[in-house]
Design a protein around this ligand. Structure first.
Ligand code: C2O
Ligand code: CU
Ligand code: CU
Length: 472
């Protein structure tokens, strides 16, 4: 009897997935307004105010309007500007205070994704910023150079708030990154790219209304945007160009490459440089993941190409190589040395199974409960986490406050790609696949305030695919 009920339910789910029952918004009309040729917007580098040795960054969250299209103003949420937020550039060991003031008409939070900080400074679901209030993430930067980001994390509202435009980059530099001969002129040869996709309704407004099918499979827009612009153009110097790429989408996996299929080098993963650059002609990023890549345009003066998304055949960026190089750089062969934890030293293995049906999601059979602590980790104890995706849809897995290293995919170390061998904080787990990673929590304990682990497909996270852990 039990078994029969189960079968019935899963066949209903399968039906939903396969047929898209419940309405697919492909049949609603999407705005087809003109998008004039725009140049690539570069998020402003926010100047800190230095007080008593602390770098203060002031960010204002507000409801505003942004021009994605020529003659239409689209309602957005933004930080300081009209869509997304400024870039915060900080150095390892800096004392910083990142101050958020919430001028929205609703509560939110601001999480430092990838930041190694105490739980009370994490900006997760427990650090709510009510409308009209401020909250500061104050800490000493304590990690290697990388590209992180900040975004809301309010229970049940993360997807909606990110979709409307709340997100920005945090760039961390250290002695090592400064010494390397890499492109580092922000906005000139060191280019941030926040990649997203959106749906606009017939009046050019952002349409956030996922159907059950879209909740399961991903709320995938038909308009792809880069730093808040549709198919913008970047005018490049004929030299090596570094792109700091963030998949800032809600739930779309991007497979990126250049229109001429050229080879580029990946130099960094989520939380660190790779030890040596890895040659690729495609890089896959699931939501929340970052990759820094370097593409050599030295011999392309006068040419143009595009940065493409290959799964959905969309253009993210047009590149016009129409400037002479003001300086040159030459990508080094060694970028960093990474501390590698040895699985033999692991004190335990934790297993996590991702599952769900009918628009609700679970980890180990439980939906997120903000009043429940799911796991307790010991400070400095090395652990292996095994995460299994038991569903026919893709997921990923993210841990707050630390990085990990992937040691196996589907039971074998051989399945871990060279460009995934840096420090990571999000790992892509396609349908019915599994990963194992090694992790250690260092520096911060708090008996009362948890960190989160979750799927970073925001529709899944908001519907329960999240858990909480304490470090003691
Ligand atoms: Cu981007 Cu809980 O994180
Ligand atoms: Cu995070
Ligand atoms: Cu998921």
């Amino acid at each position: 009897m039990k078994k029969r009920e189960f079968l019935t339910l899963s066949s209903v789910v399968a039906l939903y997935i396969m047929t898209g029952c419940g309405g697919d918004s492909n049949d609603t009309s999407t705005y087809q307004g003109d998008t004039k040729d725009v140049s690539l917007p570069i998020p402003e580098l926010l100047e800190p105010r230095v007080e008593g040795g602390v770098k203060h960054f002031d960010l204002r969250l507000k409801e505003t309007k942004h021009k994605f299209f020529n003659n239409i103003e689209t309602e957005t949420f933004a930080i300081n500007g009209t869509y997304l937020g400024p870039t915060i550039k900080i150095e390892n060991t800096d004392e910083v205070s990142i101050n958020f003031t919430n001028h929205l008409n609703e509560s939110t939070t601001m999480h430092g994704h990838g930041m190694h900080v105490p739980p009370s400074m994490d900006g997760g679901p427990h650090q709510v910023i009510n409308s009209g209030k401020s909250w500061s993430a104050r800490y000493r930067v304590n990690q290697k150079a990388c590209t992180n980001w900040y975004h809301p994390h309010l229970m049940g509202k993360t997807a909606d708030h990110v979709y409307k435009g709340l997100a920005g980059l945090i760039i961390i530099e250290d002695d090592e990154s400064r010494a390397l001969d890499l492109p580092k002129r922000y906005g000139i040869d060191d280019i941030p790219l926040v990649l997203q996709d959106r749906k606009f309704d017939s009046s050019g407004q952002m349409d956030y209304s996922p159907t059950l099918r879209e909740v399961m499979r991903g709320y995938i827009g038909d308009t792809f945007i880069t730093n808040g612009a549709i198919k913008p153009t970047f005018e490049a110097e004929a030299k090596e160009i570094r792109f700091r790429v963030l998949n800032g989408s809600n739930s779309t996996v991007y497979e990126l490459g250049f229109s001429d299929n050229r080879t580029f080098k990946q130099i960094a993963t989520d939380n660190s440089f790779l030890e040596t650059p890895v040659s690729l002609n495609r890089v896959t990023l699931s939501p929340g993941e970052r990759a820094e890549i370097v593409v050599d345009l030295s011999n392309d003066f006068g040419a143009n190409l595009t940065l493409l998304e290959y799964r959905y055949s969309k253009i993210f960026l047009k590149i016009d190589i129409n400037k002479q190089a003001a300086t040159t750089t030459s990508l080094p062969n060694t970028l960093t040395t990474l501390d590698k934890l040895n699985p033999i030293d692991a004190v335990r293995t934790r297993s996590f199974t991702l599952s769900g049906m009918m628009g609700s999601f679970e980890i180990n059979g439980k939906s997120m409960n903000i009043n429940r602590i799911d796991e307790t980790m010991k400070l400095d104890a090395i652990e292996i986490w095994e995460v299994k995706n038991n569903m026919m849809v893709d997921h990923n897995f993210h841990i707050h406050a630390t990085h990990f290293m992937i040691i196996q995919r589907d039971g074998s170390a051989l399945n871990v790609a060279e460009n995934e061998k840096g420090y990571k904080d999000v790992v892509y787990i396609p349908a019915n696949k599994s990963v194992k990673f090694i992790v250690k929590m260092t520096d911060y304990t708090d008996e009362n305030t948890p960190y989160m682990y979750h799927c970073h497909f925001l529709e899944h996270e908001d519907r329960g695919m999240m858990g909480q852990f304490i470090v003691s």
